[in-house]
Design a protein around this ligand. Structure first.
Ligand code: GSH
Length: 228
């Protein structure tokens, strides 16, 4: 049976569609419409108790069906399953894991807060909420610092850990959206070049379109506009 990806087309969801497309693995998408609360439904919580996409079920795993949640855990699983983009060599793997944890614990949560406070502060009823401006500045500054970390990691390199790997897939989707948070890549030339290099990959282009056809009409139109 095919892999089942429980998914909505977002930054964390795209990490996994990129991996699946790059690895040329067949998969079925089960749309979890997080804008309409599907992530809180008991049938999804049975798959991911954390109530967040993405989650994956591999019905054909050795010893029986396996369920995985947390995007980087899914990337590692797929890398181990296929032997692609996650070399067995311990030195490289330790390097890849470092960037995966960095993205999951740092870049993702921190720049996610920039997004949140940008949207919250745009709502008139919340615009003056105490702390919003302070929080936005704090998370924006930390996001910029993290971009500097990525810049150092990419200086003089095409990819984060030698060849293109799941570390690049994990970090890339969050860079892709950053300009929409009010920043840009002018101060980060190595990140900008790496961003373009990955954006040009056919598998990445396919991955960003995955599941869009399953969205309700109005939502699909908004997604198309947002991608430009
Ligand atoms: N650390 C998790 C984060 C997952 C996450 O935050 N997913 C978002 C979409 S990108 C979500 O499901 N949000 C729904 C909600 O906040 O209720 C991962 O990397 O898988």
């Amino acid at each position: 049976m095919t892999l089942q990806l429980h998914y909505f087309p977002t930054l964390n969801g795209h990490k996994v569609t990129i991996a699946l497309e790059e690895m040329d693995l067949p998969y079925d998408i089960v749309l979890v419409n997080i804008l309409e609360g599907d992530q809180h439904q008991p049938e999804f919580l049975a798959i991911n108790p954390n109530g967040r996409i993405p989650a994956m079920v591999d019905p054909d795993a050795e010893g029986g069906s396996v369920t995985i949640f947390e995007s980087a855990a899914i990337l590692q699983y797929l890398g181990r399953k296929t032997g692609q983009f996650y070399p067995e060599n311990e030195r490289t793997r330790a390097h890849i894991d470092s960037w995966l944890f960095w993205q999951m614990a740092g870049l993702g949560p921190v720049s996610g807060q920039v997004n949140w406070f940008t949207r919250v502060s745009r709502k008139p009823e919340l615009a003056d909420a105490a702390g919003t401006e302070y929080a936005l500045n704090r998370f924006r500054n930390e996001t910029k610092r993290l971009f500097g970390v990525l810049e150092r990691g990419l200086e003089g390199r095409d990819f984060l850990c030698g060849d293109y790997s799941i570390a690049d897939m994990c970090c890339w989707t969050w860079i892709d959206k950053y300009p929409q948070n009010g920043g840009g890549l002018d101060d980060f030339p190595s990140v900008a070049a790496w961003h373009e290099r990955i954006a040009a990959r056919p598998a990445v282009k396919r991955a960003l379109e995955a599941g869009v056809d399953l969205l309700p009409d109005e939502m699909r139109r908004k997604f198309a506009e947002a991608r430009g």
